[in-house]
Design a protein around this ligand. Structure first.
Ligand code: URA
Length: 204
């Protein structure tokens, strides 16, 4: 009931949508995060890139993909010859979920309820942007974009059709930062770059 009352009328452009999202109280993450991190990029972008949620750096900066995972993604995008300034970058969940550990803020994965609440924004973002292709980075983005939380492995590198257009599924760049084995990490990095090249071809 509270959500229904709080729900603003659908925005007619991406800037209005971002303004509305800054006041979002659909889930409790608004009380934990510093600010809402909304999507950014050119409004005629053919490719929309969707991550999980803002990290520590993004939460403070108010912009998506500017921390360590974002910097790695920038490197891979450059290797795939996909200029970042031509892409719409956003997240499935727009508030940073974390738990304190000493002075640090440790990333916590958004749960299904938080993903579902924030999907309200993501769906509108997709309807307004109308990208030719949406690239899902990792499990949270894949669940939010396709509505299916089945394991990523067999779906990776493939396109799934949704009401708001095709979605190409791949891993999240932060996965590479967590792999302890250098050989495995190099292999996965090459695969992710190949998925980015495929995204470029499909969005062209
Ligand atoms: N990881 C994400 O999924 N999104 C960001 O914006 C930053 C890190």
């Amino acid at each position: 009931y509270r959500d229904t009352l709080a729900e603003p009328p659908p925005a007619t452009d991406l800037q209005a949508l971002a303004r509305q999202a800054r006041g979002c109280t659909r889930c409790d993450l608004c009380h934990i995060a510093t600010q809402t991190v909304t999507g950014e990029g050119p409004e005629d972008a053919a490719l929309m890139v969707v991550g999980e949620q803002p990290g520590d750096t993004e939460d403070l900066a108010g912009r998506p993909f500017v921390g360590p995972a974002g910097q790695l993604l920038d490197t891979l995008l450059a290797e795939a010859e996909l200029p970042r300034d031509r892409l719409w970058m956003t997240n499935a969940v727009k508030h940073f979920k974390h738990v304190p550990r000493g002075k640090k803020r440790i990333h916590a994965r958004p749960n299904m309820s938080e993903i579902t609440q924030c999907r309200w924004w993501l769906d509108q973002e997709r309807m307004l942007l109308k990208p030719r292709l949406t690239l899902a980075l990792g499990a949270t983005a894949t669940t939010a974009l396709t509505g299916r939380s089945a394991a990523l492995g067999p779906r990776r590198g493939k396109v799934e059709d949704t009401a708001n257009g095709p979605v190409l599924i791949t891993i999240h760049p932060s996965y590479l930062l967590r792999l302890p084995d250098a050989g495995r990490a190099a292999e996965e990095r090459a695969r992710l770059t190949e998925d980015l090249r495929q995204a470029k071809r499909l969005a062209a």
